[in-house]
Design a protein around this ligand. Structure first.
Ligand code: NAD
Ligand code: UDP
Length: 315
């Protein structure tokens, strides 16, 4: 892609704002669309005066058309469990109607298309690590289902627009990603632990803390998304860091980095919380020549100043 006009939905969010920066750095023009349900304009404040960036505040659950675009990146959706419990119906709608509306834009203008799907499509996985061919283990009526099933519907919709309308679609299954601009208060584990450690209050471990996650630093994730968007692959592709940590190990990493004396406190495990999660990235490696470069310890260090600023802003 050279000098294209690119639509990014969810541009005011954590990943959308980093993707916008990366696309501008590649020389493209970006139209950012967001309804600010969970994102904030602060994430785009550094682009004030950037003539190649335009922002439209818009709920993508309503059909929309801002004119011709060459590529659509669909990232709009609440993403943290705390956000999607609070915004359950909105999450179902953005994954269904919102995704269809963005696919219609791509179809109308013959634009390329990439949808941000999730490792959550695997639910509480019985196959470990998770490979793309695994269909998952999702409770369709549990509290997480508003997110999981919306994302699974959106994968079906994206695949159907490729199958029926020949839209050049791409599906990335994103595993837990963190870094600067991760919302400080949206309840995700890295933001909770970093904020708690820096405030000097106990780190909240849900359950026994033996459940695992694999954390990808944001620059690695964005590089993987961009590589996938330029590929010919239409089927889902995992992008994540296979380094696997229990939540107790994750807390210990945060304490070691921050030098905090905070204790660990144990709280109830949310219903249907996946016990383990780790991407098999064989496909991304062979297809895209992509693999993550930033280990957790280094990524947390790169995020420290951001979280320090968030804590300072509370005072
Ligand atoms: P985020 O909450 O920071 O960003 C999501 C953005 O979408 C927000 O700016 C929000 O205001 C916007 N949005 C929500 N509903 C909208 C609507 N109806 N119309 C327009 N805008 C809307 O979350 P994030 O971590 O940046 O996640 C971005 C995408 O990546 C999401 O689709 C998420 O499901 C996916 N994802 C993220 C992760 C992760 O670890 N960060 C993991 C898997 C998948
Ligand atoms: N978690 C935790 N303490 C917190 C927040 C989350 O122990 O303060 C756990 C949560 O139960 C889950 C893991 O950390 O097992 C990752 O949670 P997160 O909300 O970041 O993402 P998820 O992978 O569940 O979508």
């Amino acid at each position: 892609m050279s000098n294209k006009l690119i639509l990014v939905t969810g541009a005011a969010g954590f990943l959308g704002s980093h993707l916008t920066d990366a696309l501008l750095a590649e020389g493209h023009d970006v139209l950012g669309v967001d309804n600010l349900a969970t994102g904030k304009l602060d994430n785009l404040a550094h682009l004030k005066g950037e003539s190649r960036f335009r922002f439209e505040q818009k709920d993508i659950c309503e059909p929309f058309d801002f004119g011709h675009v060459d590529y659509v990146f669909n990232l709009a959706s609440p993403a943290s469990p705390v956000d999607y419990y609070r915004l359950g119906i909105e999450t179902l709608l953005v994954g269904s109607a919102g995704t269809i509306n963005t696919l219609e834009v791509a179809k109308k203008y013959g634009a390329g298309y990439l949808h941000a799907s999730t490792s959550e499509c695997y639910g509480d996985p019985e196959v470990h690590p998770q490979v793309e061919s695994y269909w998952g283990n999702v409770n369709p009526i549990g509290p997480r289902s508003v997110y999981d099933e919306a994302k699974r519907f959106s994968e079906a919709a994206v695949t159907a627009y490729n199958r029926y309308h020949h839209v050049n679609t791409h599906l990335v299954r994103i595993f837990n990603t963190y870094g600067p601009r991760l919302q400080a208060n949206d309840g995700r584990v890295i933001s909770n632990f970093m904020m708690q450690a820096l405030r000097g209050v106990p780190l909240t471990i849900y359950g026994d803390g033996k459940q695992t996650r694999s954390f990808c630093y944001v620059s690695d994730l964005i590089a993987g998304i961009l590589a996938l968007s330029k590929s010919d692959e239409h089927l889902p592709t995992n992008i994540g860091n296979p380094g696997e940590f229990t939540m107790i190990e994750c807390a210990q990493e945060v304490l070691a980095l921050t030098g905090s004396k905070s204790e660990l406190t144990f709280q109830p495990l949310p219903q249907d919380d996946p016990k383990q999660r780790k991407p098999d990235i064989t496909k991304a490696k062979s297809l895209l020549g992509w693999e993550p470069k930033v280990p957790l310890r280094e990524g947390l260090a790169k995020s420290l100043d951001y979280f320090k600023a968030c804590v300072a802003a509370e005072k």
